[in-house]
Write a protein that binds this ligand. Structure first.
Ligand code: PLP
Length: 425
C-alpha cells in the first residue's frame, strides 16, 4: 500500500469504503455477528480464521479506528480500550503478573500513579518510581531479575517533563524488557516514540485524539519491534496459553503476538472495550488531529510567551519556550510543536490562583485537558486540595500552579481573557 503523510492518514487510514459503500466509517452498533455455519464459528474461536463474533473481542468500527491509530504511530497493530486507565493497565498486565517488577517514571498523570502505586500494588506488582531525569547509570542499577517493563509519559501531565525516550529505551533493552510510553499529550502528530526505540505506546484518546470532550477512551499500540522470545521473561507470550487451546502467541502470531494476546485473553476476561459509537466519535476527532495539534501548539506558544512577560506571573512552564529546562529535548522529540498545555504560577499563591480562575470568562474551569475549548485547572485547589504546601512542592505541583489547556479559539481572545482575569487579582 502507498505510504501517505500522517496528515493524510489522519483522514484515510483504517477504513477504505468498497464501491458503493458508505464514505464515512459506519457505526457497527451490534454486539454479535451472524454466521451460517457452526464450523466457521468454531474456526473463529480457534483463531484459525479472522472474523467478528462478539464486540467485547472485536468490532469493525473499533478495529478500523484502532488500525488508524496504529498507522499514525507507525506500529503493527493497536487495540482500543474503554479508557486511558484501562490502556495503561493492560499495557503492563499483558506481559507481567503478580510478583513482577516494573520501573516507572514518577512524572505521571495522577490517575496512573494511583493505579500503579495502590491498585496494582494490591494485585502483587512491585513498582519502582524514578525521576524522568535519572541518569542511564542510575536507571540501569534499578533493574531486577523480575523486572518486566519500563513505563513513562513522553510529555507528562501535569508537570510537562519531556522524556528522553532514547535513554529510557536503551536501558530497558539492555535488560531485555520493553519501554512502554504514554504518548497522550504529544499525540503521534508531535511525537513518534517508536522512532526513538519505544516498543509499546499507550494513549488516553479522551484527550487530543477525541479532542472535543465527547468520549472517554484509550489505545495500546505495538511497534512489533520487541523480540519476546529473546529471554524467558515473557512466558505469557512464549509458552502455551492453556486458556486458549494451548496457543503460543509469539510462535503463532509473530509481530502480532502482543495485540492478539491482549484481545483474546485480556479483553475476553476483563472487557474494557469501547462502545462502537464512541469509536465513531473518536474517528471524527482523529480526522482533524493534524490540523488541531498545529493550532494548539501555535496558540500555546503565543500564550506562554505572553505570560512570561506579565508582572503578575511568577513562572511559566512550556517545553516550547527557549527558557525552559526541557527545550532541547522538546526540539528533538517534538519537532512539530510542544502541545497545547502550559502551566504557570501567579504571584500571591493559592488565593491569587483561585481568584484568577474565578475571573475567567472564556476559559472554562474543568477537570480536563486537551479539549478544543480552552480550559484551566488549579490543581492545589482541586485535584490535590488535600495536600499541604510542603507535600504539593514534593510532587511538583506548587500551590500557585495553574494548568492551562490552550484551545483552538483565536489566540488574542484567549490572551484577552487571561489578561482581564489577571487584572482582577
Ligand atoms: N494518561 C494521561 C497522560 C492522562 O492525562 C490521562 C487522563 O488524564 C490518562 C492516561 C487516563 O486516561 P482516561 O481519563 O481516558 O482514563
Amino acid at each position: 500500500m502507498k505510504k501517505y503523510h500522517l496528515n493524510t492518514n489522519c483522514l484515510h487510514a483504517g477504513y477504505s469504503p468498497e464501491n458503493g459503500g458508505p464514505r464515512v466509517l459506519p457505526v457497527y452498533q451490534s454486539t454479535t455477528f451472524r454466521y451460517e455455519s457452526s464450523e466457521q464459528m468454531a474456526r473463529l474461536f480457534d483463531l484459525d480464521e479472522s472474523g467478528y463474533f462478539y464486540t467485547r473481542l472485536q468490532n469493525p468500527t473499533n478495529d478500523a479506528v484502532a488500525a488508524k491509530i496504529a498507522v499514525l504511530e507507525g506500529g503493527v497493530g493497536a487495540v482500543l480500550t474503554s479508557s486511558g486507565q484501562a490502556a495503561s493497565f493492560y499495557s503492563i498486565f499483558n506481559i507481567a503478573s503478580a510478583g513482577d517488577h516494573i520501573i516507572a517514571s514518577s512524572a505521571l498523570y495522577g490517575g496512573t500513579y494511583n493505579l500503579f502505586s495502590v491498585t496494582m500494588k494490591k494485585l502483587g506488582f512491585d513498582f519502582t518510581f524514578v525521576s524522568p531525569d535519572i541518569s542511564a547509570a542510575e536507571l540501569n542499577s534499578l533493574f531486577k531479575h523480575n523486572t518486566k517493563a519500563v513505563f513513562a509519559e513522553s510529555l507528562s501531565n501535569p508537570s510537562l517533563v519531556v522524556l528522553d525516550i532514547e535513554r529510557f529505551a536503551d536501558c530497558a533493552h539492555a535488560h531485555g524488557v520493553p519501554l512502554i510510553v504514554d504518548n497522550t499529550f504529544p499525540t503521534p502528530v508531535n511525537c513518534r516514540p517508536f522512532e526513538f526505540g519505544a516498543d509499546i505506546v499507550t494513549h488516553s484518546t479522551t484527550k487530543y485524539m477525541d479532542g472535543h470532550a465527547t468520549s472517554v477512551g484509550g489505545a495500546i499500540v505495538d511497534s512489533g519491534n520487541f523480540d519476546w522470545t529473546q529471554n524467558d521473561k515473557f512466558p505469557g507470550l512464549t509458552t502455551p496459553d492453556e486458556s486458549y487451546h494451548g496457543i503460543t502467541y509469539a510462535e503463532r502470531f509473530g509481530k502480532g503476538a502482543y495485540s492478539t494476546k491482549l484481545v483474546s485473553q485480556l479483553m475476553r476476561d476483563l472487557g474494557s472495550v469501547p462502545s462502537p459509537h464512541n469509536s465513531f466519535l473518536l474517528n471524527l476527532g482523529l480526522e482533524t488531529l493534524h490540523l488541531r495539534m498545529e493550532r494548539h501548539c501555535a496558540n500555546a506558544l503565543t500564550v506562554a510567551k505572553w505570560l512570561e512577560n506579565h508582572d503578575k506571573v511568577s513562572w511559566v512552564n512550556y517545553p516550547g519556550l527557549e527558557s525552559g529546562k526541557y527545550y532541547s529535548l522538546a526540539q528533538k522529540y517534538f519537532p512539530n510543536g510542544a502541545g497545547g498545555v502550559v502551566s504557570f504560577g501567579v504571584k500571591g499563591g493559592r488565593a491569587a490562583a483561585s481568584a484568577f480562575m474565578d475571573g475567567l470568562k472564556l476559559a472554562s474551569i474543568a477537570t480536563h485537558v486537551a479539549d478544543c475549548r480552552t480550559c484551566v485547572l488549579h490543581p492545589a485547589g482541586t485535584t490535590h486540595r488535600q495536600l499541604t504546601s510542603a507535600q504539593l512542592d514534593e510532587c511538583g505541583v506548587p500551590a500557585d500552579m495553574l494548568r492551562l489547556s490552550v484551545g483552538l479559539e483565536y489566540a488574542e481572545d484567549i490572551i484577552g481573557d487571561i489578561k482581564q482575569a489577571l487584572d482582577k487579582i
